[in-house]
Design a protein around this ligand. Structure first.
Ligand code: NAD
Length: 250
């Protein structure tokens, strides 16, 4: 196994990292086929972003040391079990969103947000070149199914099963008048492209938690990309169990 570890910079995660290295008893490599993410969801997002160019060659194993995580499949006490079962592993995948800002392309695992704090974000939303609505809001959020439990959820967006191939558009604090009607969060199948043409050109774009510093933007296009992240599934942890653990409780 050629492996690499992306570890959160805290005591607990570093301890788990040392234990893992002892169990594997081999050096890390810069040309891995397995990437361990040790930390929380943020660590997993970082690990994916660091390996965007080699996603087709690697898979991820996420070990959870933070607060309850949604991308984190395994717990530190399962380290030995992970390594012993690595050969008969089951992999699943998360698709990424493609974000094209006037020709500059980025990818997001959770979502992209377009926001404006001082003034309302205003502009037209098109679905595949067809006009859908004029938006006046603090912002808009377009999320993946795996990102539907993150920012999207705070916007009352629907929670989507990881295995649904879709993208979701939700508005952030929309300002509705008779001239500017808004709709509920909209779930579109993966073939659709969402385009935003801003009226005011100064607003912020963030994908996952990365800020794109760009001014005078004409068009933002968001679509379901052909890039995906493969990850090792924990057979003991169902999707429903994860929802219950993180959001509902006992
Ligand atoms: P962070 O440290 O600010 O933590 C954000 C929280 O979101 C953490 O508790 C994390 O576990 C959780 N989270 C991240 N992805 C998730 C997912 N797919 N499902 C459920 N929970 C998830 O930042 P971070 O850990 O780097 O995460 C970045 C994400 O934070 C962004 O992609 C965005 O979705 C989310 N966020 C949410 C809000 C909000 O809900 N109002 C605002 C800003 C950012």
């Amino acid at each position: 196994m050629k492996y690499k570890i992306v570890c959160k910079n805290d005591k607990v995660s570093k301890k788990v990292c040392d234990e893992l290295k002892k169990i594997i008893s081999k050096e890390e490599t810069n040309n891995p086929d397995v990437i361990f993410s040790i930390g929380g969801d943020g660590t997993f997002l970082d690990a994916v972003r660091m390996h965007l160019d080699v996603l087709d060659q690697v898979y991820f194993i996420s070990i959870h040391t933070g607060t309850l995580g949604f991308y984190t499949e395994f717990l530190p006490h399962e380290l030995k079990c992970i390594i012993n079962n690595i050969k008969k592993k089951t992999l699943n995948q998360f698709n990424l969103l493609k974000i094209d800002v006037d020709g500059e392309v980025n990818y997001a695992l959770n979502e992209v947000t377009l926001t404006s704090q001082q003034h309302l974000l205003e502009g037209d939303v098109y679905i595949n070149s067809e006009h859908l609505m004029f938006v006046r809001a603090n912002g808009l959020c377009i999320s993946t199914p795996s990102g539907s439990t993150a920012y999207n959820k705070s916007l009352n967006g629907a929670i989507l099963d990881f295995n649904v191939n879709a993208l979701q558009l939700a508005l952030i604090a929309p300002f509705e008048t008779i001239n500017s009607r808004i709709i509920s969060p909209l779930v579109l199948s993966k073939e659709n492209e969402i385009t935003f043409k801003p009226k005011n050109k100064y607003f912020d774009i963030t994908y996952d938690r990365i800020f794109i510093s760009k001014e005078n933007i004409n068009t933002v296009k968001v679509s379901y990309s052909n890039k995906y992240v493969k990850y090792m599934v924990n057979p003991e942890k169902s999707y429903i169990n994860r929802l219950k653990e993180k959001f509902i409780g006992k």
